[in-house]
Every structure is written in C-alpha cells, then in structure tokens.
Write a protein that binds this ligand. Structure first.
Ligand code: GDP
Length: 465
C-alpha cells in the first residue's frame, strides 16, 4: 500500500461540459489513490483503490460523505510513472450527467485534491519530462484539429517528428561549440583554421535547414488555425449556395462559436484537408432574405482580415453597379474569382471581368447546384496553401508563431556567426552567437524557456487537459 504524501494533487472534469454518455474525472498527483479511495468503493469487498493494479478497470460505486450512492462507476488507477503526467493518476468514469461529474469532482476536492488549472495535466507531463514543449503544444492542436491534414500535422508533432529535427540541429550546434572551444583551449595545435572552416560549413547547413523549415510555416499555420476566407458578392449571386455546397461536404465540421444564438459567425469547411475558416457565415446567409447594402467600410475590413478572397459574380446576368462596386473594392487584391451559375446561359465571360479587375486573380466557373467546378476550386485552394510544401510530411511543419520566431532568431544568430567567421574574428566571438542560436532552438523544445512563457502556453489549454 502507498503512503499519503503532502504533494499537491489536482483534479478536474476531463470530459466536455454538458450531458453525455460517460463523464470522466481525472485526479493526478502523489495522493491521487488516497483521494479516490475516500469515495470510490469497489464492488469487490475490501478492495482499496490503493491496491488496484496499474491500468486495471475496477467497477464500483461513488459514495458521498453521508454514505449516499452518487453513481456507479469504473475507476482506473495509473500508477507513476506509467501515466499521462508521470504521476499517480486516477480516472473515474461515471455516467455523463453534468451534476454527477461535478459531485465527483467536489468529493475529490473535499478529500484533498485541488482544482486543476487549465492545461495543468499536460504541463505536469512536460515538467516531468514525458513530453517536450513542442509536443505538449501539439496536444492542444490534436484536440482542435478540424481536418485530417491538420490532425496528421499535430500527431506528427506529438510523436516528436518536429522536436527530433530541432534536437538534431541543437546537437550539431553543440558539436560545433565543442570543436571551437577545443581550438581556443589548445591554440598551439593549429586546429584553429580547420575548426573555423568546419564550423562555417556546418553552420551554413543548419541555417539552410532552418530556412527550409520556416518555409513550411505558411502551410503549417493554415492547417492549424484555418484559412481565413472571405466570400464576397452582391445579393443573390450564390454565396449561400456555395457556402452550403462547401459545408455539406461529408467531412465538414461546423463549429458554433459559444455565445452566438443563431448561425455562427465562423464555420469550417474541409477543402481537401485545408480547414477553410469562413468568416461571417451568418452575414452571408442573411443576405438571402434581406437585400443587404454592402457597406464599403465593413467590406474593406472584411477583405483585409482574409487570407483568401472568394469573389463571386453571377455569370447568368450582365454586370450590375453592385458588381462594379465590388470590382473597385478588389483593386490590387488577390484571390479567386468565381463565375457562378455555370449551368445557366452565360451573359458575362471571364474576359469581361479580367478586363475590369485589377489584381491577381484566378478565374473559375462554378455551379453550386450541379457541384460543377468545385473540384477545381478545391485543387486551386490546396495548391495555394501547400505551395512549395507539397508532398512533404506535415509532421515537420512549423505551425505556431512562437516557434517560427524562435527559428528566425536562431537563423539570425547563425547569420551573425558566419559574418564573424568571415571577418576573421576569434573563436570566442563565434561561440557567443552559436550558443545564442542553440538557446533559441531550445525555446521550441522547452529546454531553455522562461517559466512565464510556459505558464502562458498552458493557460490556453482547456481545464482537464
Ligand atoms: P446569396 O444571396 O449570394 O447568398 O445567393 P444564394 O446562394 O441565396 O442564391 C440566390 C439564388 O440563386 C437562389 O435562388 C439559388 O437557388 C440560385 N443559385 C445559386 N447558385 C446557383 C447555381 O449554381 N445555379 C443556378 N441555376 N442557380 C443558383
């Protein structure tokens, strides 16, 4: 039997709020077993939680302090270090009513656990060395992934594909430092020039590798956060129909933004693995029943916010003043022009628009009703998002700004380092810059990162993760 310890033990509801089939309360820390044992009674007589084998699922009852039965449940103990946090973890699986799980959480708190902060389980996994910082961040990306490609990227990060790249560069940098320092310590050995030349070659190679990784940021960011897409066009041009055709894709995931009662403001469509984050879907749908005056200011802001502009023109009707207003708004922008209602006789042509529209646009004719042209639209979007990164494994893509900034800073230090070498300066100076690059890369894996940054990263997680 285990002994009671003073270490902080945390508890939280791990399943989403609301009613569900199963609800899970998770407890982690030295005393997780003691806490759970106070209110979980196994069906088998005299079978204390503390005596459960690790990962054994045990059936029993949740009993409150007055002896009342709260629910039937399964209890699983995962003893350190073979758990998510590497601490003792106990998970209670009860029926998924929100009152039930809250009562169980309350019992855990009354018996010595404290309420976990957002992301605290994963933070402990990181602090206990189970995951590095980049892997820990990918846990959140997995939870929020909206397409297979986003999920492949996040899962690759969690498996450590990206971390391994960074670690391998850090390792090479350490070797360079060791070499340079040897030549500082033993100048008479005449290894100085060789060391410098070798360092120069290796640093150049690492710098190039960083540039390659940074090229994936554009794609990585979109796969993680979605491609902010603005759909613009006069009333009745076919915006809602296109939106419905895109969202009706079988794998499309529609997310309601909490707090909005009717249509959500943003929805995600899965376009060939790219999460298309469509801005203001409610606004687009509203135009169906009320002829909306396109406020110029509003539209300009809307277009500015977007990574991708989809501009719609009704090909079955001559261009109207409203179309011309939109054309003016699109001046010097880039995106995709969609000539809608391809199934009807055409009144305007691609060339008509090309002559009027000044900007960088690809033209595609579509019919939302026949689903015609949608494949071409999908291919165009995918090729834009993956430009330069097609065929590469998403698991090594850099996908968040903090990591991209650390890579940029490391690259800059390596650049300075090369200048120092080329100027014929002493090894000491070279070492300073290489070491800074090594530290910057360590911020990605979490080896060299401030505590407040760690706190800030985990605070973005949900409670119970
Ligand atoms: P919105 O006001 O821009 O959102 O336009 P809607 O999507 O509501 O479409 C306006 C009208 O055009 C509706 O009656 C649609 O059925 C029709 N429509 C939309 N797309 C097509 C299309 O591809 N072909 C045809 N023939 N009609 C379409």
């Amino acid at each position: 039997m285990r002994d009671f310890a003073d270490n902080d033990t945390i508890a939280a509801i791990a399943t989403p709020p609301g009613d569900g089939g199963i609800g899970i309360v998770r407890i982690s820390g030295e005393n997780a077993g003691f806490v759970a044992d106070k209110f979980f009674k196994a069906a088998k007589k005299d079978f204390s939680v503390l005596d459960f084998r690790t990962h054994q699922a045990v059936y029993g009852k949740i009993i409150d302090d007055k002896g009342n039965i709260i629910d039937e449940a399964l209890c699983i103990a995962m003893w350190a270090p073979n758990s998510y946090t590497k601490e003792n973890v106990v998970e209670i699986q009860s029926h998924g009513g929100s009152l039930v799980v809250h009562r169980i959480l309350e019992l855990a708190i009354n018996h010595g656990a404290r309420l976990a902060q957002p992301g605290e389980f994963t933070k402990r996994a990181f602090l206990n060395g189970r995951l590095d910082l980049s892997q820990a961040q990918s846990v959140m990306d997995i939870i929020q992934a909206r397409t297979d490609a986003s999920l492949r990227m996040a899962a690759g990060h969690l498996q450590g594909a990206f971390s391994a790249e960074i670690q391998s560069m850090r390792h090479s940098i350490l070797e360079i430092i060791a070499h340079l320092e040897a030549s500082i310590d033993f100048p008479e050995d005449d290894i100085e020039d060789v060391a410098k030349q070798e360092a120069e070659e290796k640093i150049d190679a690492i710098k190039n590798r960083i540039s390659e990784i940074l090229k994936t940021f554009h794609t990585g960011r979109i796969l993680r956060d979605g491609l902010m897409t603005a759909i613009i066009g006069k009333p009745n041009v076919g915006k809602s129909s296109l939106l419905n055709a895109l969202l009706r894709e079988e794998r499309a995931i529609v997310t309601d933004i909490p707090g909005t009662t009717r249509d959500s403001l943003e929805e995600y469509a899965n376009i060939g693995g790219v999460p298309l984050r469509i801005i203001d879907t409610a606004g687009i749908r509203e135009t169906h029943d009320k002829v909306e005056q396109i406020g110029v200011e509003k539209s300009v802001a809307y277009l500015q916010k977007a990574d991708l502009i989809l501009a719609l023109f009704d090909a079955s009707r001559p261009l109207s003043q409203e179309d011309l207003d939109i054309i003016a708004m699109l001046k010097n922008k880039k995106g995709i022009v969609l000539l809608t209602k391809k199934d009807l006789p055409a009144q305007i042509d691609t060339e008509d628009l090309q002559n009027l529209l000044q900007g960088d646009f690809k033209y595609i004719r579509i019919s939302s009703i026949n689903k015609d042209g949608l494949k071409e639209l999908e291919e165009e979007i995918v090729s834009r998002v993956y430009s330069g990164n097609a065929g590469q494994a998403e698991g090594c893509f850099v996908n968040n700004l903090r990591q991209a900034e650390a890579l940029q800073a490391a690259q800059k230090h390596l650049e300075e380092c090369l200048n120092t070498i080329r100027m014929g300066m002493a090894e000491d100076f070279i070492v300073i810059d290489v070491r800074s690059a090594w530290e910057k890369l360590g911020e990605i894996t979490g080896d060299t990162v401030d505590e407040d940054i760690i706190d800030q990263i985990f605070s973005q997680f949900c409670i119970g993760k």
